[in-house]
Design a protein around this ligand. Structure first.
Ligand SMILES: Nc1ncnc2c1ncn2[C@@H]1O[C@H](COP(=O)(O)OP(=O)(O)O)[C@@H](O)[C@H]1O
Ligand SMILES: [Mg+2]
Length: 392
């Protein structure tokens, strides 16, 4: 099963391009589902169909779903939700509602990724297309498997300690409800699923990301930044789709100067992203709503080719080892080397900080106690060198 994630700034055309891809994919005979993870759902509008928070059949080979996290909480996460509610009430805090829990960061994308696992296990689909929320938010959500493991480890640790205390204080009155076996199983289940999600997300054979942008300064800058962070999070960006490109035969003085400006931006895009595959779609004179227009958009982007083809497979992060020196290579274009900070933590991880973002990379066991020899930065990215400790 192949998962394609569309991401980009608001209004650039993610939903339209994702819907066009889904329609074409279904036409080619792939069992396809398109999932919208943006709370401001516009997928139904784009497809001209009513879509619900449950899997909805749209067409032959084509299903759709507009994810609603409150619905997910109520229907699938109730064991944990009930426990957290009880825990909060026992501590004299107000009960927490599904609505409140739904605003925890990353929940929406996490729920979408659980669907991906579910679809993979059931074998119901060949292609899953995810239409995401605008850049900043989704980037944060993309790191969810890492972040959530941290949350869950903490939560799990606390609960395990509660159980130990409970055993040691049999007969005494506890001031908080103990997590039941069901709750513990539920948390363990989520933890295992998140680990599987991480595997699926970081395997380019299974999951790739396509960035949508327009030939304008702000979307270009934002896309460059997203690309860097996605590399940092070990995700494979396989192509760019430049949408709303003015056709070269656009007429009139007004459009002429826009066309000149656009040529500059197209150059900027190539300078910044080559050798990444770059596809283009012209600006249509009208909105892209309904099947016919989405078909035309698919034609323009993919022509006769398979819209689900994988354009890039290389993972932006890899490890190599030579003459006793281990190297971790991370493709990190567009980063100011003076902004990068590296730390090795006591729990055998390294932290790479660039600007406001931080990424913790757990080192392989062989490098757990290795010395950090330093880092080099070139056009390709960051190379971090380690030397393993000699063990007699
Ligand atoms: N190639 C295009 N030509 C003309 N209008 C477009 C094109 N692509 C998208 N649109 C329109 O631009 C608006 C935003 O598109 P949408 O796909 O909803 O973007 P996003 O999901 O990134 O916010 C919509 O009104 C859509 O119909
Ligand atoms: Mg959208």
């Amino acid at each position: 099963m192949r998962t394609i994630i569309y991401n980009g700034k608001g209004g650039v055309g993610k939903t339209s391009v994702a819907a066009a891809t889904a329609i074409r994919s279904a036409e080619m005979g792939y069992r396809t589902i398109i999932m919208s993870v943006d709370t401001a759902h516009s997928l139904g509008d784009s497809l001209g169909k009513d879509i619900s928070a449950e899997v909805t059949k749209i067409d032959e080979n084509l299903d759709a779903l507009e994810l609603n996290i409150i619905h997910e909480m109520r229907t699938k996460w109730s064991t944990i939700k009930d426990y957290i509610s009880a825990l909060m009430v026992s501590q004299g805090l107000e009960d927490i509602s599904a609505e409140e829990m739904a605003i925890l960061p990353g929940m929406e994308m996490a729920a979408a990724l659980f669907y991906v696992l579910q679809f993979r296990d059931s074998g119901a689909y060949d292609v899953v297309i995810i239409d995401t929320a605008p850049t900043g938010e989704t980037l944060r959500l993309m790191s969810f498997p890492d972040v959530s493991n941290w949350y869950i480890d903490k939560m799990f640790g606390v609960m395990k300690r509660l159980l130990v205390i409970a055993r040691a204080t049999v007969g005494k009155v506890l001031e908080f409800p103990l997590p039941s076996k069901e709750v513990m199983d539920s948390i363990e289940g989520i933890k295992n699923d998140m680990e599987r999600v991480k595997e699926v997300l970081e395997d380019p054979e299974q999951t790739t990301i396509r960035l949508v942008l327009n030939p304008e300064r702000m979307p270009i800058n934002e896309t460059m930044r997203s690309y860097t962070y996605l590399c940092l999070y070990n995700k494979t960006v396989e192509c760019l789709i430049v949408n709303k490109v003015l056709p070269p035969d656009a007429d009139g003085d007004f459009l002429k100067s826009r066309l000149e400006e656009q040529a500059g931006y197209m150059q900027m895009i190539h300078d910044a992203f080559d050798p990444l595959k770059i596809m283009e779609a012209y600006q249509f004179p009208t909105e892209m709503r309904g099947r016919k227009k989405l078909e035309a958009l698919a034609d323009m982007i993919f022509g006769d080719s398979d819209p689900t083809a994988t354009y890039a497979r290389s993972s932006p992060m890899r490890f190599t080892s030579e003459k006793g020196v281990d190297r971790l290579h991370i493709k990190m274009p567009f980063v100011d080397p003076s902004e990068i900070e590296l730390f090795k933590t006591h729990d055998s991880s390294i932290i790479i900080a660039t600007g406001a973002q931080k990424r913790k990379i757990a080192l392989p066991l062989t490098l757990a106690d290795a010395d950090l020899l330093g880092a080099e930065f070139d056009d390709d990215g960051l190379t971090i060198k380690f030397r393993r400790k000699k063990h007699d």
